[in-house]
Design a binder for this molecule. Structure first.
Ligand code: SAH
Ligand code: AVI
Length: 323
């Protein structure tokens, strides 16, 4: 009997998954970083939903106001017999507003990396929209993924609300828009939510809520690494940091080690200096014009933009080049 078959391979020692690889790459980089896509396990998705209801977190409230006022205008741009494909669907709350305003939508395709959450939301949608084909796809939307075959006869409209595109670096946002054009096809429409540049006080408060939910959301990333990769992060020794980087027009979120320490991750020892941070998220803010320029540079033509009464958030319609 070989040693291999006696010593059962513990799942925590699996360094071959992309999660494990990305975590080790990020924690051995200088400065340390982790991708925000890993926030969204089931706990992370639930915490994000709590964030959207916080008084300080204006983006969801403002975007919902824009959609309530203008979903019908957006729906008028949809072709007949459309599949609405949402990138990073979360609770699908905003999609429901679009579905209610757009009778031309025959299928809804929520794409999300948070697979358990996605299945639960899809079941609720099927119950509430019995005539709609609800076709969830559990996938990383930055990678190639397969769309359901039944979409072949339908036109495609993309939906990317939440300013999730702001979590990309601008060059990644450009790559994503090109990728979305390939998925949606020539002449396709994309409805995208963009958080707008505003005063630093409002921005900073949105990511430093008094109830501490954003801190929990940020720290859940370390809890997830402990749960899934068998790491030994002591969460009490890390603190949430979020601040506005005015020069780069982005909120940065970090997890700062309160003390000098060593943490075991996937069989490696990761050293932290006191005060050293892991950069966990950027949330870029644009103007309607600066995002329009980014879209143009990525092969899309801005066709309309709507904002809320305070000018805090915009929803923009983009058209892909004809093939
Ligand atoms: N569209 C919703 C949710 C936004 S939160 C809204 O506007 O409220 C961001 C969502 O994108 C989460 O549900 C998260 O699970 C998903 N997500 C983040 N990165 C992703 C990726 N790389 N691939 C697929 N889904 C992703
Ligand atoms: C999903 N994304 C656009 C949110 C944001 O505002 O950047 C995630 C988030 N991070 C902290 N609070 C909310």
């Amino acid at each position: 009997m070989s040693i291999q078959s006696v010593v059962a391979r513990h799942p925590f020692e699996d360094r071959d998954t992309s999660f494990a690889r990305d975590v080790l790459d990020g924690l051995t980089a200088r400065p340390k970083r982790l991708s925000p896509k890993y926030f969204y396990d089931e706990t992370g998705s639930r915490l994000f939903e709590e964030i959207t209801a916080l008084p300080e977190y204006y983006p969801t409230r403002c975007e919902l106001a824009v959609l309530r006022a203008h979903a019908a205008d957006m729906a008028r741009l949809f072709p007949a017999d459309t599949a609405l494909i949402e990138f990073g669907s979360g609770s699908s709350k905003k999609a429901r507003l679009m579905l209610d305003a757009a009778p031309s939508v025959a299928a809804y395709v929520p794409v999300d990396i948070s697979s358990i959450w996605l299945s639960a939301e899809a079941a609720r949608l099927r119950r509430d929209y019995p005539r709609l084909a609800v076709l969830p796809v559990a996938a990383d939307f930055t990678q190639a993924f397969r769309l359901p075959r039944s979409l072949a006869t339908l036109a495609r409209v993309g939906f990317f609300p939440g300013s999730t595109i702001g979590n990309f670096e601008p060059h990644e946002a450009c790559a994503f828009l090109k990728h979305a054009a390939r998925i949606l096809g020539g002449d396709a429409l994309l409805i995208v939510g963009i958080d707008l540049v505003k005063d630093a006080k409002t921005l900073t408060a949105a990511y430093n809520d008094a109830a501490g939910v954003t801190a929990k959301f940020n720290l859940n990333l370390l809890a997830r690494i402990n749960r899934e990769l068998g790491a030994d992060f002591d969460l009490a020794t890390f603190s949430h940091q979020a601040f506005y980087n005015r020069e780069r027009q982005r909120i940065e979120m970090h997890l700062a080690s309160r003390v000098r320490q060593q943490v075991g991750v996937c069989g490696r020892t990761i050293e932290f200096r006191a005060g050293e941070t892991i950069h966990t998220e950027n949330s870029y803010k644009y103007t309607v014009e600066s995002f329009g320029a980014l879209a143009r540079g990525s092969g899309w033509t801005p066709v309309a933009a709507w904002t809320d009464a305070d000018g805090y958030f915009s929803v923009q319609a983009l058209r892909a080049a004809k093939l």
